[in-house]
Design a protein around this ligand. Structure first.
Ligand SMILES: Nc1ncnc2c1ncn2[C@@H]1O[C@H](COP(=O)(O)OP(=O)(O)OP(=O)(O)O)[C@@H](O)[C@H]1O
Length: 583
């Protein structure tokens, strides 16, 4: 984030995330760890080993959006949405200290990276979308809910769809930008109101030239592709996306409650209670579980990226550092025979592994996530405790019934579906110093286990108010992550339970293969005593620890940035312009 730097423990943790590659720690220089040979690109590019310090600087430093100081005009391009295209002649301008003049068109399936920039393709990233995107086209043609069943009742779809019906597709002119919410490495995020409605959105606006210059078009494209594929209560909904000559725009769900970092700092002692931390960690865990099932390794978990919705539940945001990879969902079931003898006697389930018939995440996820959304697909814990077999996919119910029959009515472990992309490998140096996993720092190559490491750091920070390996500077921090043992603050003795510490210890194992969840993913974490009693399926219906005050534009912190004064003016070419000021 460029607007405010977080300070913690006397130091600052710049909001930017690292995006370097081929990082080598000179282990011989203990105490002065040298990070060298960095690369700009994400996801495992190969060449250009040294040239990326500039990118580190840009990702760590303040980036000023061109929106702040430029007045830009772009002509309206033919509109398209889904696989069809239409045209419109409307355009818009935003004037004032932050002004844009321009219009956009829905970009449909346009490849962001095609327009410029010389990017090497990410070798470790296999993109699910290859020119056509079912999510976008179904949203465009069906309106809403078609591909995002959990959001079908969301009124915001109606406004979006009404515009599509009336004008063909959406562009900048359809939105009133009310205030800037923040800016990240690749763009600025604005609170935007859909004209003619009272619907608010978060619009991420990225300057195409800047992206191309900094070779970040591919990141923007990855983020869009991932957002398009998501349908989960704790992940953002992408309502639409479009582009003008100058900008790429993502129109997402707006979270009015700020981020978890800010919320934590408002807590007594600047840390959450264990109960609150459990709630937030549980929701994040479900989001990560879903992402892994979709073949996405998130890689940038930190409280700053966890936004709080108006109802107090959370939303994990910011996917521009994520890795997309192939995933092969697997059904793991305990063998009935084994669980009757060997496995049971030994007190451990015996697993056999078989592939799920359809290995496509798009096929598997809807059927397993089903009507409860956040349900971890087939958590035995959930089923045994909740006795809600009807929520399970039918193939699971059949197995359960069969097993119960064999076991004479006793409850046996149920199959678990998991899709931990354990084979994913990236060499990129991605993340935020205090959250970087050791394998990333060492340049060993990394996979989904990095998310479980960051989950451990995240939980630690929620509970103790600081991260465990923070050093006096970034290098010291990296050194600590790799070489220092995990310690808990003595001052917190007695305040944080043994279960919480034990979970953190399991997650912050430096060797990724020995890390908790590295084999069966989130299911291993969910079964940990720290989460005992959590109703995974219905957590989104439970009361959050804190519900933010209803959002108003005039609220402290927003008033300075808000002076929305829309005025209509006309354009020499006859196009209709909508001018407004903000800031
Ligand atoms: N959906 C949203 N609702 C409300 N605020 C948002 C939303 N998305 C982003 N923001 C705000 O905008 C800021 C910028 O977000 P963005 O995702 O572009 O970057 P970032 O997370 O700060 O940084 P980076 O992309 O470099 O990691 C965030 O810090 C957050 O404060």
């Amino acid at each position: 984030m460029c607007t405010e730097e977080r300070t913690q423990g006397g130091g600052s943790r710049g909001g930017g995330s690292l995006l370097l590659q081929n990082v080598l720690l000179e282990k011989s220089k203990l105490g002065s760890v040298v990070v060298k040979g960095m690369m700009v690109d994400r996801g495992g590019g190969f060449a250009r080993a040294a040239a990326a310090w500039g990118d580190l600087a840009s990702s760590e430093g303040v980036q000023t959006s061109s929106l702040e100081n430029s007045s830009l005009t772009s002509s309206l391009l033919p509109l398209s949405h889904g696989n069809s295209s239409s045209s419109s002649s409307s355009s818009s301008s935003f004037t004032g200290s932050a002004s844009i003049t321009g219009s956009g068109r829905e970009s449909g399936d346009k490849d962001y990276s095609s327009g410029g920039g010389n990017h090497h393709k990410l070798s470790s990233v296999s993109r699910a979308s290859n020119g056509s995107d079912s999510s976008e086209s179904s949203c465009s043609t069906l309106g809403y809910g078609g591909s995002k069943p959990h959001k079908a009742n969301d009124k915001r779809w109606e406004g979006i769809q009404a515009i599509r019906v009336r004008d063909g597709s959406l562009g900048l002119s359809h939105f009133k930008l009310l205030k800037r919410l923040g800016c990240g490495d690749i763009g600025s995020v604005y609170l935007a109101e859909l004209r003619g409605s009272h619907s608010h959105f978060a619009m991420k606006v990225m300057d195409k030239d800047s992206l191309a210059r900094r070779k970040k078009l591919l990141r923007a494209q990855t983020e869009r592709e991932i957002l398009q594929s998501l349908d989960h209560p704790f992940l953002p909904t992408l309502y639409t996306h479009f582009e003008s000559d100058k900008f790429l725009c993502l129109v997402m769900e707006f979270c009015s409650g700020g981020d978890l970092h800010t919320l934590r700092q408002r807590q007594p002692g600047k840390h959450f209670s264990e109960q609150a931390a459990r709630f937030y960690a549980a929701e994040i865990l479900l989001a990560l579980e879903y992402l892994h099932m979709m073949g996405v390794v998130y890689r940038d978990l930190k409280p700053e990226n966890v936004l709080v919705r108006e109802d107090g539940h959370i939303m994990l945001s910011d996917f521009d550092l994520s890795l997309k990879c192939a995933v092969s969902p697997t059904l793991v079931k305990s063998s009935a025979a084994d669980s009757h003898d060997g496995g049971r006697r030994a007190g451990i389930p015996v697993y056999c592994i078989q592939p799920v018939s359809c290995a496509e995440p798009s096929c598997v996820v809807p059927s397993c996530v089903g009507p409860v959304g956040a349900l971890s697909c087939v958590s035995p814990c959930f089923v045994m405790k909740s006795s809600l077999p009807s929520l399970l996919p039918s193939f699971v119910r059949k197995k359960k019934d069969a097993k119960n029959a064999k076991a004479g009515g006793t409850v046996t472990p149920l199959p678990e579906l998991f899709a931990e992309p354990t084979d994913a490998r990236s060499m990129s140096f991605v993340g935020t110093h205090e959250y970087l996993a050791p394998e990333i720092i060492k340049g060993d190559g990394h996979g989904s286990a990095v998310d479980w490491w960051t989950f451990g750091i995240f939980l630690y920070e929620l509970l103790f108010g600081k991260t465990p390996f923070k050093g006096s500077g970034n290098r010291a921090t990296l050194f600590n992550v790799v070489g220092q043992p995990l310690k808990f603050p003595e001052s917190a003795t007695g305040q944080v339970s043994f279960a919480a510490r034990d979970l953190i210890r399991g997650l912050l194992v430096k060797e990724p293969l020995n890390r908790l969840a590295s084999k069966r993913g989130a299911a291993e974490i969910k079964a940990h005593p720290f989460f005992e009693g959590v109703n995974w399926a219905l957590i989104r219906c439970t009361s959050p620890p804190e519900v933010p005050r209803p959002f108003e534009l005039g609220m402290p912190g927003s008033s300075n940035n808000t002076r929305a004064a829309p005025t209509e003016s006309s354009h020499s070419s006859g196009g209709s312009y909508v001018d407004f000021d903000f800031f």
